[in-house]
Design a protein around this ligand. Structure first.
Ligand SMILES: Cc1cc2nc3c(=O)[nH]c(=O)nc-3n(C[C@H](O)[C@H](O)[C@H](O)COP(=O)(O)OP(=O)(O)OC[C@H]3O[C@@H](n4cnc5c(N)ncnc54)[C@H](O)[C@@H]3O)c2cc1C
Length: 459
């Protein structure tokens, strides 16, 4: 018995629920298939819980600095990890409950709990049932990469998923991977009170960023006592009487680090190996990302791929924008495209890094004439008043068009302040739209016009 629907959505990531809302709102019958939990990675094991944990860690950090602010505290600052986890769980639960109620209230929508697998181009099997539709939307996301390194399978290790169950303080957390996910966990656990070592294979942290940004982040983490091991070759692991030994042959330091727990944070890969894509003839690239065009259509007509699985973004806001692009093209005759999107994201260390557009090294590689302005956060009054002066701001402008090419704001509120730059980039307005603007005093954004008044040719 085959059930027919106007649309099938596989995966309740960041695009699926909103798309279901638009499709059912347009009167379509929709099958919504999810194998684990509503909300996908972001809500359950990604953005929401990690940012809740980052906030607890920041509270501990500020509390320990109480004397800097003239505040007295009656005793030592402690962190109750069970309470930290309970707070995080409550925030996640509220989000999941809200999402669940929203989805379940959609008229014409039927939820299937189970693993979806294509059996033909327009047919999907779930729990032994066959579902068919002329429109199928894949929003299955990604999962942590677990490499086949020597000895790894013989030791316990954590990923961003199992970290969500941790309600104790690891004595010494070894974070393998010095990029966005790894660094957020590294700083938060250091602030909770653990000894933390970051082991990174590359010559610097967050290698996608400019060297000055990566160096400043390293400095911020090192000041808090996080041990950082770069150029780690031949990573492997073995059980050790003191916990787990991770081999990290680097130019500096001993060839092994012994810790109580290991967190693997070396990247994520798309969840396409168990989706039966071959039966549908849907093409993937070498890394398993589903190939899509500028409007997120796969090579099979009537099948779209949205979110992390298409390799065109790796963020909640890009997955959400994918939904907007598909809905606009399908329902609103509005030809929105992925290439209209400007890269933007944040690294939620404290202080955070807000990024928009191109990095300096990308501008240099493009060979275009450009102007650059930089400013240390020590010059920002708001940062001084808050006692948070680490980091710097950098903006790059096209010397011919006067349009902003990119920005990196590493500093207090950098994740928010970067939006004033991003919006001007979307408006394709010259940088003078900001450099002549009058911003509110005292804010971090207030110094962005001043930063843009100090542009110099990129040497
Ligand atoms: C630790 C961490 C922190 C992050 N922090 C941020 C952040 O601060 N900001 C940000 O923008 N991004 C962040 N991200 C990235 C963000 O979580 C993802 O980009 C976002 O979740 C988009 O995912 P998605 O919509 O592609 O799918 P996902 O959210 O991954 O959801 C996919 C869903 O599909 C389901 N599924 C998979 N296969 C099947 C199948 N065959 N059948 C049925 N169901 C299936 C899964 O169970 C899952 O629920 C973070 C990620 C991690 C890991």
């Amino acid at each position: 018995m085959t059930q027919r629907f106007d649309a099938i959505i596989i995966g309740s990531g960041q695009a699926g629920p909103a798309l279901a809302g638009r499709l059912t709102g347009a009167g379509m019958s929709v099958a919504f298939i999810e194998r684990e939990h509503f909300g996908g990675t972001c809500v359950n094991d990604g953005c929401t819980p990690t940012k809740a944990l980052v906030s607890s860690a920041q509270a501990a950090f500020v509390a320990r600095r109480h004397a800097d602010f003239g505040v007295t505290v009656g005793g030592p600052i402690g962190v109750d990890m069970r309470a930290v986890k309970a707070r995080k769980d409550a925030i996640v639960k509220a989000s999941v409950d809200g999402l669940t109620n929203w989805v379940k209230g959609m008229p014409g929508l039927r939820v299937y709990w189970g693993q979806a697998r294509f059996t033909a181009a327009h047919r999907v099997e779930v729990n032994g049932e066959q579902l068919e539709s002329d429109r199928i939307f894949i929003n299955v996301g990604g999962r942590p990469v677990v490499p086949d390194w020597r000895g790894l399978s013989a030791v316990p290790y954590l990923t961003n998923i199992s970290m969500m169950e941790v309600d104790f303080l690891p004595e010494h957390l070894i974070v393998i991977g010095g990029s966005y996910v790894g660094l957020e966990f590294a700083q938060m656990y250091r602030r909770f009170g653990a000894q933390v070592t970051v082991v990174e294979m590359g010559p610097r942290l967050i290698a996608r960023e400019d060297e000055d940004v990566s160096e400043a982040v390293r400095d911020i983490l090192a000041r808090e006592g996080i041990e950082i091991r770069l150029n780690a070759r031949c990573i492997g692991a073995r059980p050790h009487e003191g916990g787990i030994a991770v081999s990290a042959v680097c130019e500096e330091g001993p060839p092994e680090v012994v810790g109580s727990h290991v967190l693997l944070a070396i990247g994520r890969r798309p969840v396409t190996d168990d989706l039966g894509l071959g039966s549908a003839g849907i093409e993937c690239d070498q890394l398993g990302f589903i190939k899509v065009d500028d409007q997120l259509r796969t090579n099979v007509p009537g099948v779209w791929a949205l979110g992390d699985v298409n390799g065109r973004g790796a963020f909640t806001h890009t997955a959400w924008n994918d939904y907007e692009i598909v809905a606009a093209n399908l329902l609103d005759a509005d030809p929105r495209r992925v290439t209209d999107r400007i890269t933007a994201y944040a690294l939620y260390t404290d202080p955070p890094l807000g990024r928009a557009g191109l990095a300096e090294h990308q501008v240099r590689a493009s060979g275009r004439r450009a102007l650059v302005g930089t400013m240390p956060m020590t010059r920002v009054g708001r940062a001084r008043e808050r006692g948070e002066t680490l980091g710097f701001m950098k903006v790059i402008v096209d010397a011919n068009t006067q349009q902003i090419l990119g920005a990196a704001l590493l500093g207090v509120n950098g994740d928010e302040a970067v939006h004033s730059i991003l919006d001007v980039m979307y408006a394709r307005a010259p940088y003078t739209a900001i450099s002549r603007a009058v911003h509110i005093h005292p804010t971090v954004s207030e110094l962005i016009p001043t930063l843009l008044q100090s542009l110099k040719p990129l040497g």
